[in-house]
Design a protein around this ligand. Structure first.
Ligand code: FNR
Length: 342
């Protein structure tokens, strides 16, 4: 299977499997406060994740690059990132590391947003040299290393050997001069995984949970032997955030991606400990169907929704959201209880 075809399949299938219904964030609600003693204008959206001071907690998370048809997608995402000061990650650069003629489909992101915060992206199979080359390709400010074991196993042409991941991740993080963010792609993370990453020297983690783009479904749609029984694999984004205990938060910055639909979901993730919130599928759908102006309006609406929640709860700085009382119900609460968390 040609890599360029795979990139386009992923976009098509991610759009086709869009889950607009309920997800893990619906199991989380806030305890209301009728006397919050704050004003909307006081609320601030700035946050700190890893070494980055981000004007907005929203991050345009890794999606694409590596085929000519992906250039306009990355271009539109990069303009949104520039216009609304969002950090942005590109999709896996492994394709361009093997075929440099594909680099321009990623470099458009730096071209459109010369001063923005941009993160490179490689798989855990990358060598130190490949990781450095991915950063150089974009003059990137950070590097994401994605973990996607279940996706690879369901991908007909995927990897089957996952030995040496932690060692390579550690070697990369010691050799590069930008923060390394290890992320899942939608199967979530347990506290045991996060602790192993901490032991490997990682200080920034994106829990990348189930609830939004479902890569088991995306790959099954491409497979002549789909393993549909794996489509519920993993931990949701909320379950993964509940897994991150005080030790993990003390040692690292945690961000959350997976199923974020709007500002209230983002604020729930932040109240559960996330320092930043990644969005992939929802933005892909937006840029696919809306004009640039409409996409910017939607991002403004997400920011407004966060500020409405902050005002109603009496929160001025996002960093204070961690103290807001939350109710966790339903399947999420039941599963967290089995893990000894709530
Ligand atoms: C992705 N994602 C992804 N992640 C990664 O680290 N490298 C990659 O190359 C890709 N490719 C990719 C393609 C497409 C079309 C989508 C929609 C997503 C995963 C992405 O960054 C994110 O972790 C998940 O999509 C979950 O977030 P959402 O989509 O539920 O917001």
């Amino acid at each position: 299977m040609d890599r360029s075809t795979r990139k386009l399949d992923h976009i098509r299938n991610a759009l086709a499997t869009a889950e607009n219904g309920t997800n893990c964030f619906d199991d989380v609600s806030f305890v209301p406060n009728s006397v919050p003693n704050t004003g909307y204008e006081e609320t601030k959206l700035a946050t700190e994740f890893a070494t980055f001071r981000l004007p907005s907690p929203f991050v345009i998370n890794a999606m694409t690059g590596g085929a000519e048809a992906t250039t306009p997608i990355n271009q539109k995402l990069a303009i949104i990132a520039r216009e609304r000061q969002l950090a942005m990650a590109v999709g896996s650069q492994m394709a361009a590391l093997r075929d440099p003629s594909l680099a321009s489909s990623y470099q458009i992101v730096r071209k459109e947003n010369p001063h923005g915060i941009i993160w490179a992206n490689v798989g855990a199979e990358a060598t130190v040299e490949q990781a450095k080359a991915a950063i150089d390709m974009l003059e990137a400010d950070g590097l994401q290393i994605h973990l996607n074991v279940m996706q690879e196993l369901l991908m007909p042409e995927g990897d089957r050997d996952f030995r040496g991941y932690l060692e390579r991740i550690q070697n990369i993080s010691e050799a590069v001069n930008v923060p390394v963010i290890v992320k899942e792609v939608g199967f979530g993370m347990t506290k045991e995984t996060m602790r192993k990453l901490l032991e490997a020297g990682i200080r920034s983690i994106d829990v990348g949970g189930r609830g939004g783009t479902n890569f088991a479904k995306v790959e099954n749609m491409r497979s002549s032997h789909p393993l549909t029984m794996f489509e519920d694999w993993g931990f949701t984004t909320v379950e993964s955030l509940l897994e991150a205990d005080s030790h993990i938060h003390a040692q690292s910055s945690v961000m959350a991606t997976g199923g974020v639909r709007h500002g209230l979901d983002a604020f729930k993730a932040i109240s559960l400990g996330a320092k930043a919130v990644g969005v992939a599928g929802a933005l892909l759908r937006l840029i696919h169907t809306k004009s640039l102006a409409e996409c910017l309006e939607e991002v403004d609406a997400w920011h407004h929704q966060i500020r409405v929640a902050m005002t109603a709860l009496g929160i001025v700085q996002l960093a204070d959201a961690i103290n807001v009382p939350l109710l966790v119900t339903g399947k999420t609460a039941e599963r967290a209880r089995l893990r000894g968390i709530v």
